[in-house]
Ligand binder design. Structure first.
Ligand SMILES: Cc1cc2nc3c(=O)[nH]c(=O)nc-3n(C[C@H](O)[C@H](O)[C@H](O)COP(=O)(O)OP(=O)(O)OC[C@H]3O[C@@H](n4cnc5c(N)ncnc54)[C@H](O)[C@@H]3O)c2cc1C
Length: 319
């Protein structure tokens, strides 16, 4: 087998691993994904999720990744079964946001400031704009189907070590999210726990996201028959079960903004551990005669960055 025909081994089948798998397989590469958990059991499945400006580092590359992803998600919104659709809604804060708009927010075609009467009580500043919303369980199914249609091989089989990975393939793409802490031995990766509440949709078609640095905020994203409510961001917290008091807090904050959510039937309480890191790691490491292309540490923005990172990973694989 030559380097060009040997399957690339992608580790992880969250949004990052699957998107890398799709990009590589559709470019004609043989690709195998090995994953410890099924896609619907990953952190990615618990995300709300929306494409939105990402305040992560390294800033210039994040801007490129988020821009590239915006174009892909906008195109995916035209595909019926992708789980992606475009929706209008508000991004608002309880403090004055000032006039500075993040560069990538300019990608939102109809972005405009909210008038005071459009803001919920307690909010003083905000924007209205149309963004891609992603129904993650459906979207992950879409990526798996697309990957397999392109000839990709998906195996539920944990990778015990990087040495095992490079013994299997000379080109490895590491998309293990929080799992990189152990697999790579990177102590800079840490959990930022999130919990959502999925409710039957009482007729909502606009999203809302509270802009804040606080670990507790209000967010809701409609996906047809259901709405995903958030949220919390609990740093260095590993607990994977849903906490009733967190659910109650999320419902209270969201209902204060959209009263129809107060009594909506609860369908699920997904929990996910975001892979926090000081900066996203997309780079090549030469390891025991093989190449490992790392792609992890996307914090609370792994969906929004996914296509841009995957295209960069594909360039690194070829380069
Ligand atoms: C409640 C919540 C809301 C969020 N909302 C948004 C949002 O609106 N927009 C947004 O952009 N992002 C959002 N995020 C963040 C986003 O979900 C993450 O950034 C993203 O899921 C990270 O994707 P990933 O593929 O890197 O990791 P994961 O989804 O965690 O996938 C990692 C994969 O690696 C596998 N793995 C790990 N170790 C090994 C091993 N040794 N061998 C084999 N496989 C292994 C796992 O099984 C898994 O398949 C949210 C997150 C949460 C929790």
């Amino acid at each position: 087998m030559t380097a060009a025909t040997e399957p690339v081994l992608v580790i992880g089948a969250g949004v990052q691993g699957l998107t890398c798998g799709v990009v590589l397989a559709e470019a004609g590469r043989a690709v195998r994904i090995r994953t410890a958990d099924r896609p619907r059991e990953s952190t990615s499945a618990a995300a709300g999720a929306m494409w939105g400006p990402a305040q992560l580092r390294p800033a210039e590359r994040v801007l490129y990744w988020v821009t590239r992803s915006h174009a892909e998600f906008t195109a995916l919104a035209r595909e019926e079964d992708s789980g992606v659709h475009l929706a209008g809604g508000r991004m608002a804060a309880r403090f004055d946001l000032g006039d500075a708009v993040p560069t990538e927010a300019r990608l939102i075609p109809d972005l405009r400031r909210c008038s005071p009467d459009e803001l919920p009580e307690g909010f003083v500043s905000g924007y209205w704009g149309t963004v891609p919303l992603i129904d993650m369980p459906r979207y992950l199914d879409h990526l798996v189907a697309r990957f397999q249609r392109a000839g990709g091989d998906l195996q539920i089989s944990p990778v015990p070590s990087l040495a095992d990975a490079v013994a299997e393939s000379g080109t490895v793409v590491n998309c293990t999210g929080l799992g990189a802490r152990e697999l790579v031995g990177d102590p800079g990766v840490h959990p930022v726990r999130g919990q959502g509440v999925v409710v039957r949709n009482p007729g909502i078609d606009e999203y809302f996201i509270e802009l804040t640095d606080s670990g507790e905020f209000a967010a809701f994203m409609p996906h047809g028959d259901h709405v995903v409510l958030g949220g919390v961001a609990e740093s260095h917290e590993w607990h994977l079960g849903a906490r009733p008091e967190v659910t109650a807090g999320i419902r209270r904050r969201c209902a204060a903004i959209e009263p129809r959510l107060a009594d909506a039937e609860v369908l699920g309480e997904p929990v996910g551990l975001r892979p926090g890191r000081e900066s996203v790691r997309v780079e090549v490491e030469h390891y025991r005669g093989g190449r490992i292309i790392h792609n992890y540490g996307h914090g609370g923005c792994g969906v929004a960055l996914s296509w841009g990172c995957a295209f960069e990973v594909a360039d690194l694989v070829e380069g």
